[in-house]
Design a protein around this ligand. Structure first.
Ligand code: NAD
Length: 260
């Protein structure tokens, strides 16, 4: 069965990995709801570009997913305007880098809200429709940091380990209903999220910019950043029929990082 005509919500899809995932689904004939922040004109150009390039419907919502009600609202918006949410990609995320004793309380709360609780609230809203239709795909963009830690990223690593547990739990609950729930665990992907943490990491570790980049890639035996297109292709595979027996998986795509 092709994915053509299915409806997807991809959170945090105005940039980076989420945008690549939304475009990859659209290329398969999936209607997409984009979400995230950024310049209104640039986002409209992305949305309209997806519609004209791939001949699908593309919606956009600026829902702030650090707010629980906005997560359910985003799912409801897609259901009302597309008819269903068949594929939910919980991808929106942010990072902050600081030693734990200096880690700002508000950053901890925001990162837990966006990188973990938002996925819970969106899943809770989307699962009833998926159960009713006996088909659904939930894909969480986790991280290698769902499996291993790095210093100075307490909130991010805690949230990503949390999403690993959420993925496995919901996979068990929904398995009898034709729904799969998986997490993709990328290593370092060159996106604005990684670019923005370079200055803070330079400060926290007393390093130059080049030293920070070398340190990031030192984690990955391939010595290459993962690309957004690679992550998107895995998301499309996980939504397809050949992945119907993959559920509750924490799928690494990290150049060998966590194998070490
Ligand atoms: P990015 O900064 O390019 O994109 C983040 C997206 O989230 C943007 O669209 C942004 O507007 C949106 N966003 C931010 N705050 C939001 C909010 N409150 N409500 C709704 N949307 C919001 O980052 P990225 O690197 O593409 O990251 C995407 C996901 O991939 C994140 O969950 C991140 O943790 C994960 N990830 C990234 C890497 C990496 O190396 N880049 C590695 C592993 C996992």
């Amino acid at each position: 069965m092709s994915l053509k005509g299915k409806n997807a919500v991809v959170t945090g899809s105005t940039s980076g990995i989420g945008l690549a995932i939304a475009r990859a689904f659209a290329a398969e004939g999936v209607n997409v709801t984009l979400n995230g922040f950024g310049d209104a004109a640039e986002i409209e150009a992305l949305r309209a570009g997806i519609e004209s390039e791939f001949g699908v419907k593309a919606l956009y919502s600026d829902a702030d997913l650090t707010k629980a009600a906005a997560c359910a609202g985003l799912v409801a918006y897609a259901q009302e305007n597309l008819g269903s949410v068949d594929i939910l990609v919980n991808n929106a995320g942010m990072q902050h880098v600081a030693p734990v004793e200096e880690f700002p309380d508000d950053k901890w709360d925001l990162i837990l809200a966006l990188n973990l609780s938002a996925a819970f609230h969106a899943i809770k809203a989307a699962v009833p429709g998926m159960k009713a239709r006996q088909w659904g795909r939930i894909i969480n963009t986790a991280s290698a940091h769902a499996l291993v830690a790095s210093p100075f990223k307490s909130a991010y690593v805690a949230a990503k380990h949390g999403i690993a547990g959420l993925t496995k739990t919901v996979a068990l609950e929904t398995a009898p209903f034709g729904i799969t729930v998986n997490a993709i665990c990328p290593g370092y992907v060159w996106t604005p999220l990684v670019e923005k943490q370079i200055p803070d990491t330079m400060k926290a570790r007393g390093m130059t910019e080049q030293q920070v980049k070398d340190m990031l890639l030192a984690e990955q035996p391939t010595k290459q950043f993962v690309t957004v297109e690679e992550v998107a292709a895995l998301a499309v595979f996980l939504a397809g029929d050949n992945a119907r027996s993959i559920t509750g998986a924490l799928q690494q795509m990290d150049g060998g990082w966590v194998a070490k």
